[in-house]
Design a protein. Structure first.
Length: 207
């Protein structure tokens, strides 16, 4: 097996924090860093920890880390740090890909975000997976997670709407980018219906 870039670095971090790096494999590379896995754990490795603003990292540590009440985000069970690097640790569960059309699943993620006062600003099909129990969750926890505000939550709702109904569209990325412009290529009536359904399930929080 050919070792991925940064393999030696993350192995050193894991050993320092008493994690077993046996059979560690790289399963993905993105703009922020790389994702590795062992049989039981997933490690998201950030070679430059500054890519996550300090305020965002502090929010994740205080409100997301090991929070058993959150079901819309992949659980973060530990955070490992060096002076320059960062590793998020998550359980490695059997997951299956999101293929679009799951209105109930995306609405329940939004309900979870509202209830637990967080937003994910990069809601899109590639960042969704079904965990054990067929629960839809956002898997990319990093610089896109923020404390909830009305404007950020509105954007999350609109991205979730597009992710639900247009996941197979070749225009999806352009539709996402156009949400803040005057040239929104979106079915506003369908969006209102989706938002009304969300309001109904948000009402359940107070019952």
């Amino acid at each position: 097996m050919i070792k991925a870039k940064n393999h030696t670095k993350i192995v050193a971090i894991l050993q320092k924090h008493n994690y077993d790096p046996a059979n560690l494999q790289c399963i993905g590379t993105g703009k922020e860093g790389q994702t590795f896995e062992t049989e039981k754990l997933i490690f998201k490795y950030f070679p430059d920890k500054k890519i996550i603003p300090e305020t965002t990292l502090n929010f994740i540590k205080k409100h997301i880390l090991s929070n058993q009440e959150i079901h819309g985000l992949r659980r973060i069970s530990d955070i490992l740090e060096t002076d320059t690097e960062l590793v998020f640790v998550s359980p490695n569960m059997h997951c299956s890909p999101y293929k679009g059309g799951d209105e109930i699943g995306t609405l329940h993620i939004l309900k979870d975000a509202h209830k637990n006062r967080y937003v994910h600003t990069n809601f899109k099909p590639d960042n969704l997976m079904y965990s054990e129990g067929n629960v839809l969750e956002l898997i990319d926890v990093g610089r896109d997670v923020f404390p909830l505000t009305d404007s950020l939550f509105k954007n999350m709702v609109e991205r979730a709407f597009l992710t639900t109904y247009y996941s197979d569209s070749p225009q999806l990325a352009k539709m996402m980018s156009a949400l803040h412009t005057e040239n929104r290529n979106i079915d506003e009536m369908q969006l209102r219906t989706y938002s009304q359904k969300l309001l109904l399930i948000l009402g359940d929080e107070h019952e």
